[in-house]
Ligand binder design. Sequence first.
Ligand code: NAG
Ligand code: NAG
Ligand code: NAG
Ligand code: NAG
Ligand code: NAG
Ligand code: NAG
Ligand code: NAG
Ligand code: NAG
Ligand code: NAG
Ligand code: NAG
Length: 266
Amino acid sequence: MIFLQVSFHYGKPQLNIITIILFLITTAQSGNPKFEACTPQTCGKGPSIKYPFWIPYQQDSFCGYPQFEITCKNNNPILKTSNYDLIVKTISYSNSSFIASNLAVYEDKCPAPIYNYSLALDQTPFTYSSENSNLSFFYNCTTEPIHYLTYEVECAENATHYSFAVFNTEALEHNNYSLNECQFMVNAPLVMNTSVNFTSLLRMNYIDVLKMGSVLNWTAPDCQHCEKSGGRCGFDNYKFICFCKDKSYLKVCGDDGNITLLLEIF
Ligand SMILES: *[C@@H]1O[C@H](CO)[C@@H](O)[C@H](O)[C@H]1NC(C)=O
Ligand SMILES: *[C@@H]1O[C@H](CO)[C@@H](O)[C@H](O)[C@H]1NC(C)=O
Ligand SMILES: *[C@@H]1O[C@H](CO)[C@@H](O)[C@H](O)[C@H]1NC(C)=O
Ligand SMILES: *[C@@H]1O[C@H](CO)[C@@H](O)[C@H](O)[C@H]1NC(C)=O
Ligand SMILES: *[C@@H]1O[C@H](CO)[C@@H](O)[C@H](O)[C@H]1NC(C)=O
Ligand SMILES: *[C@@H]1O[C@H](CO)[C@@H](O)[C@H](O)[C@H]1NC(C)=O
Ligand SMILES: *[C@@H]1O[C@H](CO)[C@@H](O)[C@H](O)[C@H]1NC(C)=O
Ligand SMILES: *[C@@H]1O[C@H](CO)[C@@H](O)[C@H](O)[C@H]1NC(C)=O
Ligand SMILES: *[C@@H]1O[C@H](CO)[C@@H](O)[C@H](O)[C@H]1NC(C)=O
Ligand SMILES: *[C@@H]1O[C@H](CO)[C@@H](O)[C@H](O)[C@H]1NC(C)=O
């Protein structure tokens, strides 16, 4: 574009029109490689991955933000945080949220969490949504828990010290259970799958409950306007950008101040 403007000042008008036509033909034919590079992809299983997320080797790093990097493991999309690897189950791009569960829940022998889930999200663009309910884990308690209210965590127990998980800590306290007799506790915010009712929830074990996952929200510049105009969002040279079929724009496809400038010259 700069080349065009310069040639208007110093060249002959007919030559410039030819240059413009040639330029338009070449750009129309070559398209925008960054638009193609950011075609939505999947890991095989799981949701479609696009801005602000991106998959290395399948998409370029400019298709999303560094902290939204998704790695594929056994065909599942994985989001790495400082303490936990999250397996991404569904993504709702329209309300900037996704449902994810801890990969350890599927892989570890004793997947009872020892860190508060929220700790892993320190200094990330992600937060646990208030739609979740806390499943609280209590470890090394000296009193036996009330079984009908709690999920047993056998793998963290011995003959004298009990460990369990509970949604409703108040119910325990109403039954005079003293949580002070436990050595430590952590919270896992979990989302109630709509296909799970209260009865079936109580019949599950804590591992199945953890597998329901959590709703997380993200913060990133909104892609809606770019996408509605036919573009794909990205993050290039440290700023948000809208990749369109013809070229890249700052916000929306076709909205380029320089087109007006060109028309004015004509
Ligand atoms: C987010 O979007 C999904 C699917 O579009 C919808 O089911 C869900 O209710 C939305 N959540 C909120 C909090 O708006
Ligand atoms: C997450 O997003 C939903 C829908 O946009 C909103 O209702 C909720 O308040 C958000 N939660 C947090 C913790 O930001
Ligand atoms: C869950 O517990 C955390 C503290 O670990 C708290 O900040 C959060 O508000 C709780 N969430 C809900 C939904 O009660
Ligand atoms: C229970 O206490 C023991 C020893 O104090 C500790 O090694 C163990 O990690 C604790 N259990 C859990 C689940 O934290
Ligand atoms: C059970 O665990 C507690 C806390 O970790 C520890 O103090 C105690 O010695 C253990 N008891 C047995 C029998 O292993
Ligand atoms: C809890 O303790 C209080 C006072 O000791 C007693 O009045 C109440 O009946 C107890 N509740 C249960 C469920 O045991
Ligand atoms: C988890 O968070 C709760 C509530 O904020 C806190 O009381 C508890 O000590 C935390 N657990 C750990 C292991 O940091
Ligand atoms: C709860 O769900 C289970 C299995 O999903 C089902 O068999 C049962 O009828 C449901 N109960 C109620 C009260 O909806
Ligand atoms: C909800 O539960 C059903 C049946 O257990 C399962 O097929 C579905 O994947 C679950 N949804 C989520 C988001 O975990
Ligand atoms: C418009 O042209 C100016 C120079 O005239 C250039 O600095 C700017 O980057 C161009 N804007 C776009 C969106 O291409």
